[in-house]
Ligand binder design. Structure first.
Ligand code: FPP
Length: 234
């Protein structure tokens, strides 16, 4: 059986330190980080990755300074506008996960637009987690599920893992096979908590703005040579 990583998820960490090392403001690091995304997306087809999910902004990131948060929001808008043509040309279907409620209307409408204009693309599925947190996602899912029970559309005894997964933001995605975190921190920081139950993790020292297609491809190939047993015996 082929053991390719069909779905790779990335925690893009280290933008701030990258900027700091250069004596520049943190936002310079975020801009450099945003520029790395296209190369990684374009590297996916050659290594058999069909789904790439990236963590752009967490439900906890609102605690950063107001200037960093607003700078990031401006960056997301600019990035989406600037990259949409390249994403279309590369056959990339883009979807967003996370809570859109607290995002500004203009950002939400350009996110909706990008999802729409790329909806027929099939080569790579890029999912951008924006205002995303694993616990928040599960909480929102359970709320929707409870509402369906209240309305009599679903019975409590019908609820199982598959049914609950159908209420998650990621209902359209297979579970990640490999989760990569850059910049030397060995934490998952509330990213895809439910979905990563059987994922392999790679914590690497490279700061996100220095992460290149070569290193990505090597990690994906390394994954392909490992055996996964999902709790069973080989
Ligand atoms: C973590 O680095 C990075 C973020 C909180 C933001 C991730 C955003 C990008 C890579 C840019 C744009 C993304 C899109 C989709 C346009 P950090 O600030 O926590 O770094 P540090 O740990 O060194 O401080």
């Amino acid at each position: 059986m082929s053991n390719a990583a069909q779905h790779v998820a990335i925690i893009m960490d280290g933008n701030g330190r990258w900027a700091q090392q250069r004596g520049r403001p943190r936002l310079v690091g975020h801009h450099a980080g945003a520029k790395r995304i296209r190369e990684i997306v374009e590297a996916c087809p050659a290594v058999g990755v069909k789904y790439l999910t990236i963590f752009a902004f967490s439900t906890e990131n609102w605690k950063r300074t107001q200037s960093e948060v607003s700078g990031l929001m401006r960056l997301f808008k600019r990035y989406i506008r600037r990259e949409s043509q390249a994403l279309i040309d590369d056959g990339v279907r883009v979807r967003f996960i996370g809570d859109r409620m607290n995002l500004d209307d203009q950002l939400v409408s350009i996110m909706d637009e990008l999802e729409l204009v790329t909806s027929h693309n099939k080569k790579v599925n890029l999912t951008i987690a924006l205002n995303y947190g694993g616990r928040d996602e599960v909480t929102r899912a359970v709320k929707r599920l409870a509402r369906e029970i209240e309305q009599g559309k679903l019975a409590a005894k019908q609820v199982n893992a598959k049914v609950l997964a159908g209420f998650l933001d990621t209902h359209f995605l297979p579970d990640p096979d490999l989760v990569i975190r850059t910049s030397g921190e060995a934490r998952i920081s509330n990213f895809l908590l439910w979905q990563s139950a059987y994922a392999e993790y790679e914590f690497i020292d490279t700061l996100w703005p220095d992460f290149k297609a070569d290193e990505f491809s090597q990690l994906v190939s390394k994954f392909g040579s490992r055996e996964r047993r999902y709790g069973a015996v080989s």
